[in-house]
Design a protein around this ligand. Sequence first.
Ligand SMILES: Nc1nc2c(c(=O)[nH]1)N[C@H]1C(S)=C(S)[C@@H](COP(=O)(O)OP(=O)(O)OC[C@H]3O[C@@H](n4cnc5c(=O)[nH]c(N)nc54)[C@H](O)[C@@H]3O)O[C@H]1N2
Ligand SMILES: Nc1nc2c(c(=O)[nH]1)N[C@H]1C(S)=C(S)[C@@H](COP(=O)(O)OP(=O)(O)OC[C@H]3O[C@@H](n4cnc5c(=O)[nH]c(N)nc54)[C@H](O)[C@@H]3O)O[C@H]1N2
Ligand code: SF4
Ligand SMILES: [Mo]
Length: 736
Amino acid sequence: MATKAMVEGPRSKVAQDQQTNKTYCRICAVWCGIDVTTDGNKIIKVEPDKTSPRDWREFCSKGGNAGNTRDHPKRLKTPMKRVGNKYVPATYEEAIKDIAGRLTKIKEKHGPHAIATYLGNPGGSSMTSSMFQNGFMAGVGSANKYFVGSVDQNNFSVVAEEMYGCELAITNLDIENSRCFLLIGMNPAVSKLGWQNFSVNGWKRVLEAQEKGADLIVVDPRQTLSTKKANTHVVIRPGEDWAFLLGMIKTIFANGWQHQQDCDEANGVEAIKALAEAASLDDLTARCGVTIEQIVDVAGRFATVEGSFCVSQTGVAHNRNGTLGEWLANVLNLICGRMDRKGGRYYQPGTLKNTMKTINRMSPPVERRSRIGGYKAVSGAYPLATLADEIATIGQDQIKALIINGGNPVISGPDGQQLDEALQQLDLLVGIDLFQRESHRHAHWLIPATHFLEREDTLALYSVMYEIPFVQLGRSVIKPLNDIEPDWRFFLNLALAMKVPFMGIRGLNTVIKVSRWVSRITGNETYAFNPRWIWATIVTLFGRVKWSTISNNPQGVVIGEKEYGHFRPSLQTPDGKIQAAPEEFVRLLNSRLQEAPTTAAPDYPFQLINQRRKSMMNSWLVESNYHRKDFGEFVDINPEDAARKQIEDGQKVVVSSATNQVEAMAQVTDEVPTGIVSMDHGWGSRLFDPQGNEEPEVRGVNRNRLVASDRLDELSGCPNLNGTWVDLQPVASQSA
Ligand SMILES: Nc1nc2c(c(=O)[nH]1)N[C@H]1C(S)=C(S)[C@@H](COP(=O)(O)OP(=O)(O)OC[C@H]3O[C@@H](n4cnc5c(=O)[nH]c(N)nc54)[C@H](O)[C@@H]3O)O[C@H]1N2
Ligand SMILES: Nc1nc2c(c(=O)[nH]1)N[C@H]1C(S)=C(S)[C@@H](COP(=O)(O)OP(=O)(O)OC[C@H]3O[C@@H](n4cnc5c(=O)[nH]c(N)nc54)[C@H](O)[C@@H]3O)O[C@H]1N2
Ligand code: SF4
Ligand SMILES: [Mo]
């Protein structure tokens, strides 16, 4: 494989004390190349790196304002310990000693599973944070790990594991060679085109292809900036994408539009065909709300062009049928010959020679099921939706201590009030974050996190997500404020203080201690065990590029050409074939087909969905992106529904579900169809000020308080974040 090292000027002087350094933005999964100009310990500006060998063209205000987060006055600057109702600053030594002591006691009294961790989105997007956090948990011997994937992409991971033999079987989108794009449950005009795979500037490129004649079909219950650009907007009922997709699959087989060779080469396509033949289009249309004519029309447009692909994202994932939807979207691509072919979805090997094999080797499956609900672990973690009950339910393995790192689960998970109440019952709650937010309200310890600009990281292990073979070691471009320590060191020090074997490897703690001693006496920091040791070892053992090539090129390195044909040889299924009809999926599909179509209960006539906004990242950046507009207290409702409910535009309403209720302001708009209401997620998180003791700031409401923590997708553990049944009542009529 040709290796193309890119050239760059690492430290171009801009002004006397100013420097500009290159790294990548780690706020969202576009990972734009950026140039960061600093002056001493201040960030002057963050700009796109227009010479990035990968791309920079998605660069946005979130990245541009990264300095405002880094230098925000309410950012945590030292460990803080709760004393009564206040927090007092402490040293790292004090924090480690106290936390390690308490965790050791909890472990001795209640067993290792009483210690739990939650890794949120910024935490999970960092290879370092996940490795060191998991390394700590392996040392403790606790399986009680919770991960943002269970409110994001678990359905993707489950499908990839079952169909392709690895959770990280990620295929990219061959946009330029495609003639039809079927985008389901996503709003790339706002959120960018990418979820597991990443197509930089993908939405713009889709629109350019459309101008040249490609077909764009977007499936969404409501109008969005993306559906407005589509040739066809398929209006679907929340949670019923599987029925729409099964209807398409049935139509394709009935018309003989399938790619027979690809069907024959996979395992289980006959079973899918039989399932599809047995299903009736009348029944499927009654479930998903899409007419038979439209199902047949979209199936024909998708299956009969030369290149096309279907992508499904969070709109499909966030309900109890998320895995069925993701599975059937994959089946659709497979039977139409869109997997690993030009114009469809292709796999490009990343930094490692065989990423899927290496990943499987590094993370063997977890046999233990969750205590509550009996869920399988996905990506080694249990559903966030069960966390509150795992804390509150007395018995063996009850959670007594929790470390939340880079996440805000009271806002991002279901039934925020239930989780908030459960967190209060813990013997120990530690929050590692830039700020004290809603989820850290009851924390006994607050541990400051480094900002991504203050630390190194790489996605070497996950680089199959990039559209082109690419790898980058993201540099730290500024010293951590107030000498804040990276989270990896916190987890490592905690393992050492608790005397548990880091990563579960016997003898590793001794190596680490010796390395620190050598570092001390030589004065060379790099001799002390640090994340580079692990990255370099993995790349050296399993990589197809040298570690030195990665570490010498701060802009990243393109390590090959875009190629097709790598997917099937990389599969990790027992027979090396694609598994089209995994047993559990077929069973669940059959049981859904037996159920009556979902209908509204009289008390809760609307289904609640949500949108994202350009200036926010889930529940954060609200404090620091000064381009932010407030969207957090609106509920969109269709004019007909509003008239029936006597709700006027701008009126205050109570939005209630069987779980809880919140107040919001009605926005009467025909962008949502009748029966659907929409409220953004990510709002209503208080920003506390434990250092300055100012009153907490809050914007908008947490609409996830309305979401139940049961009725999960039994395969992925994902709750009904999109599709909860609710009612709206004008506030005036309530009090009348
Ligand atoms: N600016 C910004 N960008 C982001 C983020 C952010 O918070 N802000 N978050 C990032 C993250 S973590 C992620 S995972 C991605 C997510 O990116 P996307 O998956 O594109 O997520 P959304 O933009 O929320 O779009 C989801 C769409 O699904 C629709 N929908 C709801 N229910 C259903 C359903 O049952 N079926 C179908 N077909 N559609 C449904 C909603 O109306 C909505 O338009 O975005 C990333 N990018
Ligand atoms: N209803 C509904 N609910 C949803 C979604 C939806 O579309 N609808 N989307 C879901 C999705 S896709 C996702 S990904 C989740 C997100 O869920 P979470 O990851 O739980 O929540 P975030 O809002 O991303 O919170 C990120 C936290 O990390 C902190 N942080 C930022 N950078 C760092 C860092 O470098 N280190 C540390 N330690 N902390 C840092 C921020 O200050 C913030 O407090 O929400 C999910 N919830
Ligand atoms: S937040 Fe904006 S600048 Fe940062 S990676 Fe995402 S798109 Fe790029
Ligand atoms: Mo996400």
